[in-house]
Design a protein around this ligand. Structure first.
Ligand code: SAM
Length: 280
């Protein structure tokens, strides 16, 4: 069952955290000329119109990118991400928001490759529209990204960023993420892996970061951002996190600069805060 449509959530606080970090991971890979692959196992539609039905319905971007994009005090690495959003909206009105494939395309060089998986038929069709097949660096598959990852590892260049960003509407996603990572690490232990996860009050969500920390890896970083107090009824997402395996050495320092600012700007009440844990 595929009921999730990312368009409802485009540009929200979780997208801000995820896409800002994705951009920084790719900037780091770009420091060397050697080619790399970016593999996005759950790519979405690639671009989102914020003024059209889906995004406008919930208007989640109002408490996400809209809080940031016209500020003039944004710290450098975060300003880099904001600039990507601004480029998409040259007239100065926030109408379009980039998905993870679009963010990746801003970094990819001629020698790099982008592999996109999107299972939802409508979103995979939109993805193909947004990334025409004439671009030979990009390959789109309307297939299960968890299953598809296996065949791509290790990449020929032995350099890759794998973004794993499932909807978690199906409880199985919480099991599949660590299982798939365990297998991926056996095939390609030096890869950089970035997993997005929601902060929810449901049991599975609370356990996921802990199960990621038990993976057989020496180096990982876990960062999460709480934007408001968990709801009294137990429902809803009060924040989100990114778990990164083999993170760039510079990332902890960079996050210590940016996360206090993000918690301040995206925070909705006194519970707003961030956590950063680094191993290795
Ligand atoms: C959170 S959204 C992705 C957002 C996107 N990564 C971004 O940041 O712009 C999750 C996407 O995964 C898709 N999806 C769900 N299960 C999938 C699977 N097993 N393989 C590939 N795509 C899947 C959904 O249709 C949805 O578009």
């Amino acid at each position: 069952m595929l009921s999730y449509r990312h368009a409802f959530h485009a540009g929200n606080h979780a997208d801000v955290l995820k896409h800002f970090i994705e951009l920084q991971l790719l900037r780091y890979l770009n420091q060397k000329d050697k080619p790399y692959s970016m593999i996005d196992t759950h790519a979405g539609a690639g671009l989102y119109a914020l003024d059209q039905a889906y995004a406008a319905k919930n208007a989640e971007y109002v408490d996400g990118i809209a809080r940031l994009w016209q500020r003039d005090d944004v710290p450098g690495p975060l300003a880099d991400y904001v600039a990507v959003v601004r480029e998409l909206n040259p007239e100065g009105t926030l109408r379009v928001y980039p998905g993870s494939p679009w963010v990746a395309m801003q970094c990819l060089r001629a020698q790099d490759q982008l592999r996109l998986f999107e299972l939802h038929p409508t979103d995979s069709a939109l993805l193909r529209q947004n990334f025409p097949v004439t671009n030979r660096r990009v390959k789109i598959e309307a297939a299960d990204g968890f299953a598809g990852l296996k065949a791509l590892l290790p990449p020929p260049s032995r350099r890759a960023l794998v973004l794993i960003d499932p909807p978690y509407e199906d409880k199985q996603d919480y099991q599949r993420v660590p299982t798939v990572l365990r297998d991926a690490l056996q095939r390609f232990e030096t890869g950089m892996y970035a997993v997005w996860y929601p902060l929810l009050q449901r049991h599975e969500s609370l356990l996921l970061p802990e199960s990621l920390k038990r993976l057989p890896v020496q180096n990982w970083l876990d960062v999460n951002l709480t934007v408001h107090h968990p709801a009294a009824d137990g429902f809803g997402m009060h924040g989100s996190g990114m778990f990164i395996i083999n993170p760039p050495w510079i990332l902890p320092t960079l996050l210590r600069t940016v996360m206090p600012y993000l918690a301040g700007v995206l925070g909705q009440d006194a519970s707003a805060r961030f956590n950063l844990e680094v191993r290795g």
